[in-house]
Design a protein around this ligand. Sequence first.
Ligand code: GAL
Length: 478
Amino acid sequence: MTKFLIAFTAVFVGASAQNATNRFPDNFMFGAATAAYQIEGAWNEDGKGESIQDYFFHNYPEYTTGDTGDVACDSYHRYQEDVQMLKALNADVYRFSISWPRVLPTGDVDVINQPGIDYYNNLINELLANGIQPVVTMYHFDLPQALQYIGGWPNEMLADYFVQYARILFQNFGDRVKWWITFNEPAVFVNGYAAEGIAPSQPASGIGDYLATHTVIKAHARVWHLYDEEFRASQNGSVGITLNMDGLEPASNTEGENDASERARQFQMGIFAHPIYTEEGDYPLVVQQLVDDNSAREGRNHSRLPKFTQEEIEYIRGSADFLGMNHYSTNFVTPGLIGESPSKSRDSGVYTMPGGHYAWGLRNQLNWVATEYPGYPIFITENGLSNSGGLNDTDRIDYFTEYLGAVLEAINTDGVPVIGYTAWSLMDNFEWNSGYTVKFGLYEVDFNSTNRTRTPKDSASFMAEVFSSKQLPDQYSL
Ligand code: GAL
């Protein structure tokens, strides 16, 4: 009997020790993510204004599949189904975005579109009634076209408009929304001011993108301060920003390539994160030096990278409660002068080579972020795999298994403070220039059916199990 007990205890202790590394923290938030333009449809219904995405996909088919988000997943009319899907996934949270022109059709507060407010109230209430917390992105690429007509993000006045818009969101939804993300992937959308082919398709390479960056950082900081000063005490939520942080690993372990990897990270992520999340604030030194030097060499009497005043540097640093991070894959970099002159790519002096799905790249990236920006909780707001479709998506299950395994290692072995994870995406949706040809969903959407029928894929059952148990299945123990 005693012998049996000892043996039993040994097995039990062994099993729980193993599970300790296989388990996510009890309060870890799991869920799925979407964005307004990619799922809502109803592009001109009930008073919604035109966005730069509506304008772009209606007017520039030469850059796209010719499809649009006019109807998309029709979530404007089918949000209750979306919430049931999230419930079936055992999701703790749902990350969705609010369409600025659905709430403020002109971008300004002269017209407040009540049906738009009603739509998001209904969605939020439906989520909460089903035990799911909203995580709300204020801006996921869909600027009101009216504000593009005055120049869009390179115009610093846009920060004033964005703060007004954010105030409307806090006032209307902040009693129930506790997680706010000001911007999604600014490093991606500022490219719309550097090149043709992504909205609003304004090719001012190496100038427009830096101007837009400057406005976006200021707008973010002002919204955080607005929340901090006027809403935090009564609403008690958190405000952050989501940055795209794919892996940018050195192609090999030479000094030149390690430096290139660091430069690439600073130009892609640091340019937004350093002003907000470091002690010293401001743009990363390497970014300032390279853009300033190149600007002088080009014969300009000012840098293409705008300057923050000392007062602005202090105001911006620390203006976040958490850091949102999107990660899909890892690319490899080597030193090289690539791209037109001027351009951010040329300024960075980095040549990026296509990589692939290496989950260790996410673990490395998480460690880089935790070291570079200590003290901030990290929320993985997007991670996912695209394929050409099908319900038996073992490729997606394998991808999530490996990437979630990497997140577990980062948390449990490396001590990186990851607090949540929302998979991209809840369902197949409008994948920007790839239209409906590329599928990211845990749920399939039949875009040929008028009711946009949603069907769970195998990955939905897999994730439902992970989300409820907060651990990877035993066979994936680390
Ligand atoms: C991100 C973006 C999402 C989605 C995803 C998949 O860059 O935030 O909207 O499209 O990529 O490609």
